[in-house]
Design a protein around this ligand. Structure first.
Ligand code: ADP
Ligand code: MG
Length: 146
């Protein structure tokens, strides 16, 4: 189990930290749960990770709030960014095809609100938890198996 803690004090800091987090998430395939309140910085972190992996420009990564999943393809990974805040049932989760995404050898699946579904937590290769630490400060704890 690899574990690292990071603290950032701005959006720019979180975007830049994506580089160090991305290193911890390689090699693919991996499924990672992102835990933290609304506005804690989960989507911002995904922007930083996507940019670090060359899968997308940070500004092209937007929250998959309504579509539930966005896909970005980079040289080393196929990045799937999910936000399951609006997903209510295990049946809907099956329809989404999460397992098929995660099975691909180059998949990096980052799931906001994945902790709502025990099956996802049980299958995950790691988790990133984010806490507000007052103002613009955020604490990130990255835990990855292996
Ligand atoms: P989530 O996906 O967890 O709901 P977002 O990444 O969409 O969160 O939003 C984070 C919000 O917090 C944004 O409004 C951003 O401007 C603000 N923010 C303030 N400080 C930070 C920081 N250090 N890192 C990330 N976001 C921050
Ligand atoms: Mg989000």
């Amino acid at each position: 189990m690899k574990e690292k803690r990071f603290k950032t004090r701005s959006v720019a800091g979180t975007l830049a930290m994506g580089e160090r987090v991305a290193e911890m998430l390689l090699p693919a395939p991996k499924l990672i749960v992102l835990r933290g309140d609304l506005g804690s910085g989960k989507t911002t972190l995904v922007k930083g990770v996507a940019a670090a992996l060359g899968a997308a420009e940070a500004s092209d990564v937007t929250s998959p709030t309504f579509t539930l999943v966005h896909e970005y393809v980079g040289p080393k990974v196929r990045l799937y960014h999910l936000d399951l805040y609006r997903l209510e049932t295990g049946r809907e989760l099956l329809t989404l095809g999460l397992e098929e995404m995660a099975e691909q050898p180059d998949a990096l699946v980052l799931v906001e609100w994945g902790e709502k579904f025990p099956g996802i937590v049980g299958r995950a290769d790691g988790e990133i938890t984010i806490e507000h630490a007052g103002g613009d400060e955020r604490l990130f704890v990255v835990r990855v198996e292996g």
